[in-house]
Design a protein around this ligand. Structure first.
Ligand SMILES: Nc1ncnc2c1ncn2[C@@H]1O[C@H](COP(=O)(O)OP(=O)(O)OP(=O)(O)O)[C@@H](O)[C@H]1O
Length: 274
């Protein structure tokens, strides 16, 4: 284990899909034991950062360090070992619909460990207890609410006791009470289980309440980072637009497109333009 205060560190990372550069010379660090919120305008590359950390994407330049090791240069075995130390909860963390709550949480344990059934049972019930759903073990996903399903997915992501847990928009579509419960749970679990958390979210109010460290992505790089208060106070117009959810400002509304003239001006009369 590295003795760096950061569990994850991106150093001068450049990444694009085809010709389109999404992250440009991006450097950021995720302190151990803390909740780090990764925020920024839609399409800014937050999910892409999570995918780089998980090794689903590889940086074209720079390094993505997980506990001091470059994820981008790992072979399959090393990557597999690193991923076992990470829990990932992607948008709406889909459950297996043909398995009950218990079996959903047991799934990674049965897949990735040789533990006897009695131990699997104890671990599953402990994880379900941590998210308040020990009593729901026999229910099918169709019998629980969206907020409960999210918590089951969280219990499943924690089944193998990860060191790092990454949430991609865990609050999307939740009612205000479930949202508050989920946010508090993320904080409590981080502290109780000695985790390091990365939270991608658009919900400024709730996220700023639970995060220790906030990173705002903008224009391929870091627009601001610091404590929630430091980021709130950052004078950068892009950051201000984002934290105050203003509809107008430097964040562009339009995805990069040909000029209006190219699409509309010359199209009249040519009969076959797309
Ligand atoms: N597999 C892919 N192939 C091509 N382009 C992609 C792919 N995945 C994402 N992109 C593009 O990369 C950009 C960044 O996407 P990403 O999902 O990382 O953004 P994000 O900040 O998580 O957005 P959101 O907040 O809307 O989820 C987007 O413009 C998207 O269109």
């Amino acid at each position: 284990m590295s003795d760096s205060p950061s569990l994850v560190e991106l150093r001068n990372v450049t990444f694009g899909y085809g010709e389109r550069v999404i992250l440009r010379d991006l450097s950021l660090s995720v302190p151990r034991g803390k909740v780090t919120a990764l925020m920024g305008a839609s399409g800014g590359g937050k999910t892409t950062v999570l995918r780089l950390i998980g090794g689903q994407n590889r940086a074209q330049q720079g390094q993505v360090l997980f506990d001091g090791q470059d994820v981008g240069t790992m072979d399959q075995t090393q990557l597999y070992a690193a991923r076992r130390r990470m829990g990932m909860l992607f948008q709406f963390g889909a459950l297996f619909t043909d398995m009950n709550v218990f079996d959903n949480v047991a799934f990674p344990l049965r897949e990735h460990s040789q533990l006897p059934p009695s131990m699997v049972r104890d671990i599953v019930l402990m994880k379900l207890q941590a998210v308040g759903l020990r009593g729901a073990r026999d229910l099918m996903p169709s019998q629980i609410s969206g907020g409960m399903a999210r918590r089951v997915a969280l219990a499943r992501a924690m089944a193998l006791d990860p060191e790092l847990i990454m949430y991609d928009e865990p609050f999307a579509g939740l009612d205000p009470i479930s949202l508050g419960t989920s946010a508090r749970l993320i904080r409590i679990l981080n502290d109780a289980m000695g985790l390091t958390t990365i939270l991608v979210s658009h919900d400024v109010e709730e996220t700023f309440r639970v995060a220790d460290h906030v990173v705002i992505l903008g224009a391929g790089g870091v627009a601001a980072q610091g404590t929630p208060q430091e980021v709130m106070d950052c004078p950068d117009p892009l950051v201000q637009q984002f934290v105050h959810a203003r509809p107008t400002g430097p964040v562009p509304f339009h995805y990069a497109a040909p000029s209006l003239e190219a699409d509309f001006g010359a199209a009249h009369g040519d009969g076959g333009a797309r």
